[in-house]
Write a protein that binds this ligand. Structure first.
Ligand code: GLN
Length: 487
């Protein structure tokens, strides 16, 4: 029974079916690892050991009775942005430090119904705003590949937990890159589905037109398995689309022979770390030897992604976060003199610096006199960027490039320089602006630090991305490399 922590969901599922171990034994083994490494990594905000063991026991009983869903008895963790009934849901903020959700997010409900066992809630940048996990009120998460470095963000806790083999799979969210960038920096797979593919009900909102839930795992196969359970129409989210969900797992095995991969030249300019550039180019070449062909694609407006995002996302966040006022939701300041003082002090005390910066920027770009110059203009440019992708997808099936401009950087290195921090998502943000699915797959190392290959697909074609990643993982073993102290 040794090495359970290194196995994928699929391997664990086979072991449970064969009676090699029970879900209770598996859950306990992983909870022990979480306890042993929890403090070092700071990947968890809440560990739900008792609930996990109870769920594992129920899963074992269901299995014995010949019942149980697609994920029966398999351990996962949730990013602390998803509402979980009866369990603290902090969103990485002091504002919600004592918030216990009265209901489950749709994805939490669906994964539980499939039999998944939840070990806890993972650390994240405050309200998912950040690229390093340093904006979390609970402190930064450490990268298992080098504890001095960031695992990326905002889903850093989910990525670090999966990379360190504390759990095989985690849920996460991506508004501008928060699933894919941490996946790249930790040698894991991260997929952000098409906007509207997965319900946002019960997922605390940052920028509603960009936010999307997805997963971080070690194999494409596991990502397909989890996504298959999470995806699909939800009448409680009006932006969730009623489009049939393909059999992601079934389609994994289809060949990528003849697939056309677009390469955007702008993605390989001076902003990219040369070592990362080499790894990514090698990965693209590997796809050619797997039968795919590459085509250059031009995306004239893609360089405008970051400035466009940093108008749209703050605008939406300033509106979404207005509900945290100490009255309707969130931390309430003590001994307020009047209502205005209560609002000011509750928000002043509850939010951290980055969240305040975004709220102020967002309020500014939406205000009378500036709305046309900033917000409206950004929405127009957003369309031009989406059109660049649509034109590209007339010629190619997927677009490939780097996920992140550099490998994992040192904690503290970028935190005082918001612009440099914002540039972390330069390659990922376009997919959010256009609502396209994106995936990062491990493609090698630079000086011992992982590098990710980024793949973007056409709307609702997550299958193409998963199929590419799966074919690549069959041909390479980067994803099986484990950080030394966590083997
Ligand atoms: N790093 C980006 C930001 O800070 C993206 C965050 C995200 O995807 N949630 O906004």
């Amino acid at each position: 029974m040794t090495g359970l922590h290194c196995r994928s969901l699929s391997e664990l599922s086979a072991g449970l079916d064969a009676g090699e171990f029970s879900s209770v034994e598996l859950t306990q083994a992983l909870l022990d690892r979480v306890a042993a490494h929890g403090e070092t990594l700071n990947a968890f905000i809440t560990v739900t050991a008792e609930q996990a063991l109870a769920a594992a026991d129920a899963a074992d009983k269901a299995r014995a009775a010949g019942k149980g869903g697609a994920l029966n008895g398999l351990p996962i963790v949730h990013k602390d942005i998803f509402c979980t009934r009866g369990v603290k849901t902090s969103c990485g903020s002091k504002m919600l430090d004592d918030f216990v959700s009265p209901y489950d997010a749709t994805i939490v409900e669906r994964l539980a119904a499939a039999g998944a066992v939840v070990l806890g809630k993972t650390n994240m940048d405050e309200f998912a705003m950040g690229s390093s996990n340093e904006t979390s009120w609970y402190g930064a998460v450490r990268n298992p590949w080098d504890l001095e470095r960031s695992p990326g963000g905002s889903s850093g806790g989910s990525a670090a937990a999966v990379a360190a083999r504390l759990v095989p799979a985690a849920t996460a969210t991506d508004t501008g890159g928060s699933i894919r960038q941490p996946a790249a920096l930790t040698n894991t797979i991260g997929i952000k589905p098409t906007y509207g593919r997965v319900s946002r009900y019960g997922m605390i909102a940052f920028a509603s037109s960009l936010d999307q839930a997805g997963v971080i795992t070690r194999t494409a196969e596991d990502a397909a398995r989890l996504l298959g359970v999470m995806a699909g129409f939800d009448e409680r989210d009006s932006t969730c689309l009623d489009v049939p969900v393909p059999d992601y797992t079934g389609e994994l095995g289809e060949s990528i022979e003849g697939l056309k991969i677009g390469v955007v030249r702008q993605h390989f300019d001076e902003g990219l770390d040369p070592g990362c550039g080499v790894r990514v180019s090698e990965a693209i070449a590997a796809f050619e030897s797997l039968g795919a062909s590459t085509v250059d694609v031009d995306m004239p407006n893609i360089d405008l992604s970051v400035p466009t995002y940093y108008v749209v996302a703050p605008a939406e966040c300033s509106s979404n976060l207005s509900r945290f006022d100490g009255v309707r939701f969130g931390h309430r300041a003590e001994n307020a003199e009047d209502l205005f003082d209560l609002y000011c002090r509750s928000r002043g005390e509850g939010f951290g610096d980055e969240v305040k910066r975004r709220i102020m920027t967002g309020t500014y770009v939406l205000s009378a006199g500036y709305y046309d110059a900033y917000y409206l203009k950004a929405q127009q440019v957003r369309h031009l960027i989406a059109d660049d992708f649509k034109r590209a997808f007339e010629k190619v099936d997927v677009i490939a490039g780097p996920t992140s401009p550099t490998p994992a950087f040192k904690l503290g290195d970028k935190v005082d320089d918001p612009i440099t921090m914002y540039l972390n998502d330069i390659y990922t943000i376009g997919a959010n602006l256009g609502g396209f699915p994106g995936l990062s797959v491990p493609c090698g190392f630079v000086d011992g630090l992982p590098v990710g290959l980024h793949l973007v697909g056409h709307h609702f074609d997550e299958s193409a991305l998963l199929r590419c990643a799966h074919a690549y993982q069959q041909a390479t073993d980067w994803h099986t490399q484990c950080p030394e102290d966590f083997a």
